[in-house]
Design a protein around this ligand. Sequence first.
Ligand code: AKG
Length: 299
Amino acid sequence: MNTQHHWQEIIEGGSTIIKGFYDKPMMDKLKARSKETISGLSVVHRERFKSNGTLCNFADHPQFADLISQPRVVELLKAFGGTDPRWLSGYLISKPSGGPPLFWHQDWWGWDHDISYKPEPISLFFMVYLTDTTPENGCLRAIPGSHTKAHPLHRLDDGHGEDLARYENPDDPAYASHGDEVAVEITSGDLLIGDSRLLHGAYANTVKAERPLLISWYIPSFDTLPESIQARFQSIYLRQDLDVDAGERAPITTEDWSEQDYRHVKGMAPLYQGNAMPTSWCRRPDLNKMQPWPGSHDF
Ligand SMILES: O=C(O)CCC(=O)C(=O)O
C-alpha cells in the first residue's frame, strides 16, 4: 500500500479508497452481525432515521467493538503521521431497499475554531461498506475539495436536523444531485477514508437488498490539538449534547462497557484531562475563511 499516495488524496480531494483492506472472512462476520442488529431495530428507529437508513451507535452495540482498535487501522493512522491516534465513535448505517437519498452534510462541528481552516484533517471517517455499492443501491456521493474550499452546498441548512433525517420534505435541495458530485463506488472489503469536513451524502437505494455501512471516526493526533477541541471530542465520545442523539437521556457510552469489550477502546478513547471548556458547537463553516471554489465569484 502506498500510504503517502492515499494521504495526498485525502489532503487534496478529501478522501481515498484502500482497495481490499478487509478479507472475506472478516466481511462475512461483519455482515452477519449487522444483519442481526438490523433485524432487532424498531419501526420508530427506521422512521426517525429514514434518510440515513439506521443510526446505531456502537456504544449501544458492542458487537462491533473489535473493529475499533484493529492494529492495521492504528498503524495506518500512524503512517499518515498521526502522533496520538484516538477513536471517537462509530455507527452501523444501513439503507434499506427503497431508502431515500442521504442529505448533504459534513461531519465537522468545530468551524468556530481557526484550526478548522488548515489543510490537514483533524478527524477522519473510516467507512466499511458491507456490500459492493453503486449509485443504484445508495453509494456515497461527495464533493471533492469541499473539505477546504467553500462550496454552494455549504449554504444548505445544517444536515443534522431531525426533519432532514426523517425525510419530511423530499423536495428539499439537501437530497438533490449536484453537478459537482462524484459517485464513490466501493467493492466490499475496501476501506474508504475521508476528512470529516468533506461534503457528502448518499444516493437512494433502488435495489432489493439492504446497503449496510460501518463507520468510525478517528483523530490521528489528539495530543497536538487545542485543548478546547480535545474537550469537545471528549464530550462527543461521552455522548453529551450530541445532536444526533437528541432526546436520549443518559445514553450508554463505551465507558460503560464490560472489561471484555472495553479492551478494544482502551488507550484509544479521547479522554481529556484539563479544564478547558469545549469549543462551541458549530456545524456551519465561515465561507470567507475557506479557500474559494475554483472559478467561482459569487459567494
Ligand atoms: O450512508 C452513507 O453512505 C454515508 C453515511 C454518512 O455520510 C455519515 O454518516 O456521515
